[in-house]
Ligand binder design. Structure first.
Ligand SMILES: O=C(O)CCC(=O)C(=O)O
Length: 322
């Protein structure tokens, strides 16, 4: 295992080693300048329009009020009116060709494939525009829902009963039981420079191999780093890595696109097959269709026949027959 922490590199052998050893890697100049400009402009226009139309989702406000006094989620909890700062732009597949291209980028094939294998699918495609004044999100993993290894004779958290509440076995697992493999891999395309001051993603190197999830209540003892890199850099990280948005104490936006992938047997965070605009189907290459989840995986995700290879966004359904 290399001791020095990952730095932006164009050497994919090094990048894969960083991913395996430290749980993340940085690829320098992943987006060439013309594409970087196009993607950043498309995102800025989309974010502005969603904001202007009252559609924007905001989190990261220091005094953001998300629930009422009875613990119920407020209907406009994630709005700037409730103190939200960071703007999320969800479901980017429908919002521009440049975004769709990120899902099938060769660096994604190479590096996400290194972690998950070949048939991975898109879980979430969204932007996080961390605005000045936004606070730390707090460390978490992107596969908090993955059941922990258990002893044959022990009680276990029934998988369908899992919640985000940090149960003891998730925060303090028993090392002798081994750890879960990665089933999620995340990518962050940096559309602005990422610095510690403007809220670069916080991460705990090596935490992907701990088998534990971070304690949301006390993160003071963790070895948190914030990899800094210029716009155009790609950050790739293992779904088990402890990470979260940093606080933006600068005076400009930190802009990134998170394209999150999972293994094909898990549920996608955004419902990609329902969400995608069917009008885009004809222009979508097969590789993109497969990544969205339209390729059946070992009979999972099918509509009728188990041997079906593809499903359509506008399927013919067999209903009740006489
Ligand atoms: O914006 C970032 O730096 C990370 C965001 C993140 O961890 C999340 O959305 O779950």
């Amino acid at each position: 295992m290399s001791e020095s922490l990952p730095e932006p590199t164009t050497d994919l052998v090094r990048a894969k080693r960083d991913l395996s050893d430290h749980g993340y890697c940085l690829v320098a100049d992943a987006l060439e300048p013309v594409l970087l400009k196009e993607t950043a402009e498309r995102l800025a226009a989309q974010a502005r329009a969603e904001d202007g139309m009252g559609l924007s989702f905001r989190d990261g406000g220091v005094n953001q009020k998300v629930v009422d006094d009875y613990g119920n989620m407020l209907p406009d909890a994630f709005s700037s009116a409730r103190g939200g700062i960071n703007q999320r732009v969800w479901n980017l597949v429908n919002k521009g060709r440049c975004f769709r291209d990120l899902v099938i980028h060769p660096l994604v094939d190479e590096l996400v494939g290194h972690v998950l294998g070949d048939a991975f699918i898109l879980s979430n495609h969204s932007a996080n525009i961390a605005r000045p004044g936004g606070v730390r999100m707090g460390l978490h993993t992107d596969q908090w829902w993955m059941p922990q290894p258990v002893r044959a004779d022990a009680d276990y958290v029934r998988p369908a009963d899992l919640t985000r509440a940090p149960s003891d076995g998730f925060v303090h697992p028993e090392p002798s039981l081994g750890i879960a493999p990665p089933v999620v891999c995340n990518t962050m395309w940096m559309l602005s420079d990422f610095t510690a001051a403007n809220g670069a993603t916080e991460m705990v190197p090596g935490s992907h191999l701990s088998g534990a999830h971070p304690n949301p209540g006390d993160q003071s003892g963790y070895r948190i780093v914030q990899p800094e890199a210029p716009a155009g850099t790609l950050l790739v990280f293992d779904g088990r890595l402890w990470h979260g948005t940093g606080a933006n104490a600068a005076n400009s936006d930190r802009v990134g696109i998170l394209v999150t992938f999972c293994a094909p047997q898990f549920r996608q965070q955004e419902n990609q097959t329902l969400a995608v605009d069917p009008a885009l189907w004809d222009e979508m290459p097969e590789k993109l269709r497969a990544r969205l989840g339209f390729r059946v995986w070992n009979a999972y995700g099918r509509i009728e026949l188990p041997a079906e290879e593809w499903v359509s966004p506008t399927p013919e359904r067999i209903g009740e027959l006489g």
